[in-house]
Design a protein. Structure first.
Length: 149
């Protein structure tokens, strides 16, 4: 799985929300608008249920909410760059600035893990993470991921 194939300027958004629920709601709505999901209520509910189990705030200012449903045909990522950091109950207690919302089919765990591994390569690279946080345009986000290729 090449993560760059899941990213394009149409699924990267700069969001001006101030709480986790609003961010998730907006990214789920954007995923519907991009044609990535067919049932926004089920998708949103799955995201909230996952978030209630344990925060998807992984630290370093990043959250990775995710849901896998049988109604989703292919994996996708909807990226939210938050204009102001949002409290997310992250593992390091720091607010979140970047959200990678992942959706995909319920029967494909291996692909999800590959996507997550590639995201972590960027997140754990301080230089690349700083470029993501400083981005002002979707093309800058995509460029960071192509630096991995």
């Amino acid at each position: 799985m090449d993560i760059t194939k899941l990213l394009n300027e149409k699924n990267i958004y700069f969001i001006n929300k101030t709480d986790k629920v609003s961010v998730i709601t907006e990214l789920a709505a954007k995923s519907l608008a991009c044609g990535k999901i067919s049932d926004p209520d089920d998708f949103y509910q799955a995201l909230v249920e996952r978030e209630n189990l344990m925060s998807t705030g992984i630290g370093l200012g990043v959250a990775i909410p995710h849901a896998k449903l049988s109604s989703i045909k292919d994996y996708f990522i909807t990226v939210g760059i938050l204009k102001q950091p949002v409290e997310w109950d992250a593992i390091d207690k720091q607010p979140v600035k970047i959200v990678f919302l992942i959706g995909g089919p319920s029967e494909s765990q291996a692909t999800y893990l590959q996507i997550l591994a590639q995201l972590m390569l960027v997140i754990k690279n301080e230089s690349l993470l700083n470029k993501l946080k400083a981005a002002q345009h979707p093309s800058e986000i995509i460029k960071v991921f192509f630096e991995l290729v």
